[in-house]
Design a binder for this molecule. Structure first.
Ligand code: XLS
Ligand code: NI
Ligand code: NI
Length: 453
């Protein structure tokens, strides 16, 4: 889609936001006026960054669930967002209303992609067949809206966690009927994702874990989950879906323990079931934090293991132990994450999905615009900082120098496997050389990072 396209495609009840045209890039130093209260200062989508357009480096997506389904409830409080699209009409009419709102927001933001769960976009019917049909009917509407606006699908996913039928898990349920139900739901969304040209399909196992081992056969549940994933991969190939299949790791919440705990756990699981070349990971900042990792740890590990797929871009609160899913605003944090993405070859078929929600006091639809647009600008600015880090190369030079010994004769002999423990031991004793400690220069590097900001 083009930011210059004059009129937005809105539904019969729109506009929903007080932005009548797509936000555009105006660079740093513009002064906001009433008719243009916000423009991008950093998100300059056509600017070239390391050989690619900024839009293609970032591949932003807005998510359906937090933005159009969320009501502002929390475990202690009721809904605070009185959304016009949550009231009036049948559930299906409300779903179509919601689609109008969603595509209006995508156009205002000029965001190239979106993401959804089946339950976000269409109401549950009386039977599974009816529910799946509802999803396909809304997908028909999406198809037209996507053609009109140029907005594309980053990924689809099935909600296998909200309904009580899934309270004891989906694939990992003690009842095979629940496994089968979940399979039927995934088959439908995978096919819809394929039809809509989705770049990825995501599985997040919110209920695939346990509350207590007192009632859980962990070994069986892992085998069930492995079987489920194999079936999904087989079906992907059967229908010719070319997108990536992604698992989204998270250590806990809603269950006490989730099997897809972090990147390392997911990789071990994939290896066990021979799926490490078929499935990658969608890494979320808040989930990394809950697992006791930094975002960049999860990114770098996934790259090292060859399973880096995509990013859920959000921010957890470092003082709270739950998934607060806030919009990113810490430039340095995002810059370090994107530095590693760029160093690893870029985001590929993945994207930066804003799996982020408004705080429950941000009750106006326009808050959705501010939140996303601000986050896009933070990411764009962070990308430019990451670009500087890559081009300057000082961080990488330090690492290269630090490990230079491993590229030398001795290091290579060890790694190539040409030398045994015994030979190594004899050689060290004979030569009598004492290794010399060297500074790792952490503070100097931290200061260097700060200097790029
Ligand atoms: C929840 C997850 C979820 C996935 C999609 O914590 O982040 O929103 O991204 O199912
Ligand atoms: Ni999350
Ligand atoms: Ni997520």
């Amino acid at each position: 889609m083009t930011a210059t396209s004059s009129a937005l495609h809105t539904g019969p009840h729109g506009p929903y936001f007080s932005f009548s045209k797509a936000l555009r890039f105006r660079g740093d130093g513009f002064t906001s006026s009433d008719d243009e209260p916000f423009a991008y200062r950093w998100y300059d989508k056509d600017r070239m960054v390391l050989g690619r357009r900024m839009e293609d480096q970032l591949r932003f997506a807005a998510c359906y669930w937090h933005s159009f389904v969320g009501t502002g409830t929390d475990p202690f409080g009721d809904a605070t967002f009185a959304r016009p699209w949550h009231a009036g009409g049948s559930p299906m009419e409300q779903a179509l209303h919601k689609a109008d709102v969603a595509f209006e927001l995508f156009q205002v933001l000029d965001v190239p992609f979106f993401t959804f769960h089946d339950r976000d976009i269409a109401p549950e019917g009386r039977t599974l067949a009816e529910s799946n049909d509802n999803v396909r009917r809304v997908a028909d509407v999406f198809e037209r809206k996507m053609a009109d606006t140029g907005v594309k699908l980053l990924w689809g996913t099935a909600n296998l966690f909200s309904h009580p039928r899934y309270m004891a898990g989906a694939a990992t349920n003690p009842d095979p009927e629940v496994f089968a139900y979940a399979a039927a739901q995934v088959r439908n969304v995978l096919e819809v994702t394929h039809r809509l040209g989705g770049a990825n399909y995501v599985l997040w196992g919110g209920r695939e874990g346990y509350e207590t081992l007192l009632n859980t056969d962990l070994k069986r549940e892992l085998a069930q989950m492995g079987r489920f994933l194999s079936m999904v991969v087989d079906h992907k190939h059967r229908i010719g879906f070319k997108g990536q299949i992604l698992i989204e790791p998270k250590p806990a919440e809603p269950t006490k323990h989730q099997y897809d705990f972090d990147v390392a756990a997911v990789h071990g699981f994939l290896r066990t079931y021979g799926l490490e070349h078929e499935v990658k990971v969608n890494i979320e900042q808040n989930h990394a934090l809950l697992a006791g990792h930094t975002y960049e740890h999860e990114i770098v590990l996934a790259q090292a293991l060859g399973i880096f797929g995509s990013l859920d871009m959000n921010r957890g609160d470092e003082m709270l132990g739950w998934d607060t899913d806030q919009f990113p605003h810490n430039v340095q944090q995002v810059a370090l994450a994107l530095y590693h993405v760029l160093r690893g070859g870029g985001i590929g078929a993945g994207g930066l999905n804003f799996d982020a929600k408004l705080r429950r006091q941000s009750i106006e639809p326009d808050d959705l615009v501010w939140a996303h647009a601000g986050a896009m600008d933070v990411c764009a600015r962070a990308l430019l900082i990451a670009e500087k880090m890559v081009i300057d190369g000082a961080l990488q030079r330090h690492i290269d120098a630090r490990y230079a010994g491993w590229d030398g004769e001795r290091g290579r002999a060890i790694l190539d496997g040409g030398v045994s423990l015994e030979e190594l031991a004899r050689d060290v004793e004979r030569r009598g050389i004492e290794p010399q400690p060297r500074s790792s220069r952490q503070e100097r590097l931290e200061h260097l990072v700060a200097s790029y900001l």
